[in-house]
Ligand binder design. Sequence first.
Ligand code: DSN
Length: 497
Amino acid sequence: MEILKDYLSATAGKELNAEMLTFVANINQVAEQSPQVAKGIIQELVDQRSYLKLIASENYCSAAVQSAMGNLLTDKYAEGYVGNRFYAGCDNVDDIEQLACEEACRLFGAKHAYVQPHSGADANLVAFWAILRKKVQAPIMERMEKKNLLDLTTEEWNEIRAELGNQKMLGMDLFCGGHLTHGYRHNVSGQMFDAHYYYVDEKTGILDYENVRQRLHEVKPLVFLVGFSAYPRNIDYSILRQYADEVGAVMMVDMAHFAGLVAGGALSGKYNPVAYADVVTSTTHKTLRGPRGGLVLCTEEYAEYVDKGCPHVIGGPLPHVMAAKAIAFKEAGTDEFKAYAYKIIENSQALAAALLAKGIDVQTDGTDNHMILVSVDALGITGKQAEFALRECGLTLNRNTMPFDKQGPWYTSGLRFGTAAVTTLGMGVAQMEEIADIMAIVLKSLKPAMTKKGAVSKANYVLDEGIKAESIKRVRHILDGFVLYPAVDTGFFEKYF
Ligand code: DSN
């Protein structure tokens, strides 16, 4: 393909557009091997520019983060950790990983950081295993006066395995906003641990601290897991730390969703989990706006165990992604990012308030973070119908279970959405009010379809064509003012694919 050559000749003598040139060069290389893949990349950009990205767990990372990820660092194996590798030639990866760890510690005020996990789920597994090894395996080994697992007899080994598999975890119930990896039976975490749950208040949807304390005293877990993937309110980690100490539990917080709000200082003091937890896990691509990946922060007590994440739990680290994490952590330490973190919350509160004013059932009557939960139950539709209809109307978000949801995790009664991505695009309160208006009109107009057998469908729906056309027009009008990666002209590629 002649894409790069054509671009260079079309722009000869004109001012350099470095971002477009980089994009063209990358697409040119990809297209030479696979035009289909190149087409998919461009189409994804076209689509992301055409829909309002309201998925609470997504964002748009910087061009620098993307460039750090897309290079020859991917070719290097680096099992082990900085200075302790199972492969030769890791000097540069050592430097990059060390830098990323230092940036993460600086950003979050953490004692120790581990930047290898490939995802938030991996980060949680690394953390679980570190806690189990430190709190269960190490004391038994000491009693047995053994230093190496390979020196154990079969009986000793089985004793340790049985003890490791006999530990309790207390986490937030999945339907109340917890995550699959917080002990849900279908997830390995629910099989690794004897998992127990705490719940939000059925009426208010807000965490009931006294109930959490009671559950801690009933269960007496090894791991007290705090954090969520669908909860719109602040959590006071200082109180939960006291409760954890009352029963001697290890306090672990999964801040995957709100790490960017912590990094930017919008969640601070008692709302900053890093100051209180023993171990904190996160993703790096949600509000934190970095590459897709995971992160573990911990006290010195767990550092040597967490550092063994690879090879004990996960496979070879991704050096290119660690490089991108180093960039993202640095970006998140800037004043610009701080303003961004506050703006995310201002926008989500404006969106929630506007929806409430239009009679939409916003859970907990608002939000303290980037996320809004809405129940569509009273509208006579399911979350699945609402999600699909809104997507047809130009809004991308996801259905979500509500606390004590009667529709189950497939159809659900609710929606979850957030403002991290649209805030990155530069949108503000005026756009949130416009989005709320579009959403409310679509949701209120939606009717469930009937099945062939005459029952009310939970999946299919009737969407008024006029409302759909008008919503798309309004969405595109908003997006026209906030173009994603504006330096890139996707129209240039039309003739090639
Ligand atoms: N996929 C992430 C989320 O959307 O919250 C976590 O699983």
